[in-house]
Ligand binder design. Sequence first.
Ligand code: ADP
Ligand code: MG
Length: 275
Amino acid sequence: MRGATTASVRDKLRAQLADLKMPGALEALDEILARVDGGTLHAAAALDALLGAQITLRNNRRLQAAMRSSRLPAAKTLTDFDFTFQPSLKREQIESLHTLGFVERKENVILLGPPGVGKTHLALSLAVAAAQSGRRVYYGTLADLITSLEEAQLSGRLTHRLKTLMFPALLVVDEVGYLPISRTGAMMFFQLIARRYERASTVLTSNKSFEEWGEIFGDEVMAAALIDRLVHHSHIVNIRGNSYRMRHHADLAQLIQPAPDRSPPRHRRPARQEA
Ligand code: ADP
Ligand code: MG
């Protein structure tokens, strides 16, 4: 065959990839060379595939390490996100956020909307993208973070804990608004956000509108100061849609409704939008 890779060239490539510690590329090598020899892959595409295989392996390793150290509860990605289910979202905006310019610029992302619309999913997929790019990330619900700050304060290590929470280039604060928080908890969270302001990015999710934050934090003035810092350089994503968790119930309702003998007519209601 014309130009077929000789065994000695193949061995040398293997040895070089092993020497450079590129196991992803090493594993992909034989298949790439077979396609080159078969004439279906040209030189530039072959190099692209070889380097791409190594980058994929490296990014997966970074993500696995982050899953251990960053407390990410799941590796959600944008690929798993069904935009057709959530038409209120601007796909270009979400995709553009995933290129992580906001992390470089130390801006925040605030995801607002009712339960089940994908706020945590998108916060996690941003954290996954950041972890794959080699950035340090950390995940916590507001309640988790406040508990950890309270524990640190009790053991006289609050300043140290606040410093530790400054390291991540991206901090996810999930579920602002589900649980009431104590006044001291609110004050410590304010300190955290004030420290990270213009220094590192925070991605925050809430089922409550900003007007309701005074109630969550038990102090209108502090909530206003908090919102001021969070929102100053931020991307606010409002999701107004149906709960993805409830989608099967909608399907079920449609399946059940047409069956005439299942329920007496007086029980039939017009199809309702889920809250
Ligand atoms: P929220 O944080 O807004 O309450 P979640 O992000 O936890 O909602 O979403 C609930 C579940 O539904 C999760 O398992 C999430 O991955 C999934 N989900 C939500 N929206 C979508 C979507 N548009 N496409 C695919 N999965 C989704
Ligand atoms: Mg959530």
